[in-house]
Design a binder for this molecule. Structure first.
Ligand code: MSP
Length: 647
């Protein structure tokens, strides 16, 4: 049986788990389930990264020993994964004895090969990042991540000859274009490898400065650099370097990694060169995703905008939450998290489309066939179209999942779901029933039930519990067998005529708006009502104060890129240069009036200080102004330079 091995990053235990960690872990769980569904021996690894300065400092802050501290937070990660029903096979901790042994084996192997040497090093050390920065990398003398002044440290250390593998790595990436994906991250790594820039990696810390780490096997005065230690988890978990039994390693390695863009460099550069130096095969794919943002800012404890995944799963339903995360983030790009977006996605796709299909078909089947699956008669063109569209969506879904394009896979799958709802409307089973066309009625219901079954199965990786429930409602017990997907795609009939099925299905109840927003909405409504009354009494309320007008930030810009919005016919996506550091993304509903290609280079006027707003999944940072009368619409323009303010 072929195998599949997926890993998450091992998370630092200096902070409590949040939505970002949960996203990566849910994706890993989804992929494990997906490959298991395809009949593979699928394995998932997660865990915690427990050595290094950061941890020592965080422990000291809570007046705990490092060990006591790491046990606590590592336990919180494990508890969250249990509540989120993550189906991992192994939870590794870098403080595990087996892991320590593997790291030492790896170090010794590379040392014996002559790729680790002892040397003097002076550099700007950021304790937050646990790494040295070169002068060039600092921004105004500060760490680019933490905005704090690094300490200049000069000491003797051990170095890994990473530079020796620069050309090999570059060629490997060029020869294996999906080694790092999506493509933009491959390009980022290639850019890091351009020219003669790769420095050797300092892989030790003197014990005089830091004791909380794995001792170097060839010098007991040093511990191993935390990243070198951490990356080795992916193979130490399989027994490499700590056991004579290499069965697990030989079965699952090389595997696949899942990370966010923050840790692209260690995974894209350090890790493959470490593996190469140790004469081990490199991983199959590095899958890199973007950040979940809250109101366009990265979540952080200090900003107080950290989303609690446990609350979201409990409140909105675990499967619905998973669906939202997979559907709303285009893998690789950043996405915005808000309860409003989550509710709207769940209501439209799950309650309206999928949930509605199940409940209406099952209740019709109960009414017309006493809950028993009816027989399939002769198929019409419309029936064939349903089968074809489901099979086609399933095939695309499988391919897109393999390319980690989850959002597109789900988007495609919803086409036949919507088509089936339309099919119910156009076939009108209630009319067939009235007219006594029993055989045709049976066929229509059976076509729906069979195709609902296929949808239920393929949704297992994304919504495991709901998938099982949907299958149970169709009288099927969920079980894995290697050929399940092949069977699903090669035959039309999977259900048994006469089998009793559920008469109702309340899978995804419609969700209400978040509490605070409802209240805000009410306040807004009563404010509007008051304003309307006032309007009737005093017509001059139509005027605004000059000070209010001055609040508008209207600016001139040039459209530098334009394209159709991927999810909406009426919308176009622009990048507009407003003389700022980067062009802004603006979404505008003018697709009816303009072709995107005609607008590149066009000067426009933009309302620049509107709050960012998400339009069909893409965030718009401002509004392009137009003038409108009747059917006529044209863009406002100005010859002034980009960034000029209109007043
Ligand atoms: N310990 C290292 C990883 C070592 S792996 C050999 C580390 N840990 S971390 O706790 O900082 O986790 C970083 C990872 O958490 C990201 O790569 C990503 O998987 C996840 N996320 C943390 N915040 C995130 C968002 N805001 N959005 C999406 N994922 C994020 O780095």
């Amino acid at each position: 049986m072929s195998s599949f091995y997926i890993t998450t990053p091992i998370y630092y235990v200096n902070a409590r788990p949040h939505l970002g960690h949960a996203y990566t872990t849910i994706i890993a769980d989804t992929l494990k389930r997906f490959y298991a569904l395809l009949g593979m021996d699928a394995r998932m690894l997660t865990g915690t990264d427990e050595h290094g300065d950061k941890i020592v400092k965080a422990a000291a802050k809570e007046k705990k020993s490092p060990k006591e501290f790491v046990d606590g937070i590592s336990g919180e990660f494990a508890a969250l994964w249990k509540d989120l029903k993550i189906d991992y096979d192994q939870f590794i901790r870098t403080t595990d004895e087996e892991h320590k042994k593997s790291v030492q084996t790896l170090l010794q192997k590379i040392y014996d090969k002559g790729d680790i040497y002892y040397g003097e090093y002076g550099g700007h050390y950021c304790f937050g990042c646990e790494r040295f920065y070169t002068e060039k990398e600092l921004e105004d003398g500060l760490c680019p991540q933490h905005k704090t002044k690094p300490e200049y440290i000069s000491e003797k250390n051990y170095f890994f000859k990473m530079s020796k593998y620069q050309e090999w790595l570059k060629q490997y990436i060029l020869d294996n274009p999906d080694f790092i994906r999506p493509e933009r991250y491959k390009n980022e790594v290639l850019a890091m490898l351009e020219g003669n820039v790769l420095e050797d990696l300092c892989i030790s810390r003197p014990k005089s400065r830091l004791e909380w780490g794995i001792e170097l096997p060839f010098d007991k005065d040093y511990v191993c650099y935390v990243w070198f230690d951490a990356l080795a988890n992916y193979i130490s978990a399989l027994g490499w370097g700590n056991s004579d039994d290499l069965t697990k390693f030989n079965t699952y390695w090389p595997g696949e990694h899942l990370v966010a863009k923050d840790i692209l460099k260690p995974h894209g550069i350090f890790w493959p060169t470490m593996l190469k130096a140790a004469d081990l095969p490199v991983y199959k794919h590095l899958n890199v995703h973007g950040y979940w943002l809250v109101k366009d800012t990265k979540m952080s404890k200090s900003l107080g905008n950290v989303v609690d995944p446990r609350f979201a799963a409990e409140h909105f339903g675990l499967d619905a939450f998973r669906y939202f995360l997979l559907r709303d983030m285009h893998f690789g790009s950043d996405a915005s998290y808000s309860e409003e977006a989550l509710i709207s996605r769940i209501n439209s796709d799950l309650a309206n489309d999928l949930g509605n299909l199940f409940s209406r078909v099952l209740s019709m089947n109960a009414k017309y066939f006493a809950k028993e699956i009816p027989a399939l008669g002769e198929l019409s063109e419309d029936d064939e179209q349903i089968f074809a569209s489901v099979d086609n969506a399933l095939q695309n879904y499988i391919q897109l999942f393999k390319e980690v394009r989850f959002s597109q896979a789900l988007e495609g799958l919803w086409e036949p779901i919507r088509l089936m709802n339309k099919y119910v409307d156009s076939q009108a089973p209630w009319a067939l029933y009235k007219e006594g066309k029993q055989e045709r009625l049976a066929t229509v219901i059976r076509v729906l039930l069979e195709n609902m079954y296929k949808i239920a199965v393929i949704l297992y990786p994304v919504m495991p519990e709901s998938s099982k429930k949907m299958q149970a409602q169709l009288g099927k017990e969920f079980s894995f067998h290697g050929k399940l997907m092949d069977d699903l795609l090669s035959c039309k009939i999977h259900l048994r005529t006469g089998q009793a099925v559920s008469e109702t299905s309340n899978l995804f109840p419609r969700l209400e708006k978040p509490v605070e927003e409802k209240q805000a909405g009410k306040k807004q409504n009563s404010k509007n009502a008051k304003q309307n009354n006032a309007k009737e009494e005093k017509t001059e309320t139509a005027c605004i104060e000059f000070a209010d007008f001055q609040k508008l930030d209207l600016r001139v810009g040039t459209i530098v890129a334009a394209e159709q919005h991927p999810d909406a016919d009426k919308l176009l996506r622009f990048e507009v240069d407003l003389g700022e550091e980067k062009p802004r993304q603006i979404i505008s509903g003018i697709a009816e009036f303009y072709k995107p290609a005609d607008l590149v280079g066009h000067k426009v006027v933009v309302a620049a200080n509107l709050p960012p707003r998400k339009l069909r999944g893409l965030v718009s940072h401002g509004m392009i102004l137009t003038a409108e009368k009747g059917e006529h619409l044209s863009l406002l323009t100005s010859a002034a330079p980009n960034g000029a303010k209109i007043s």
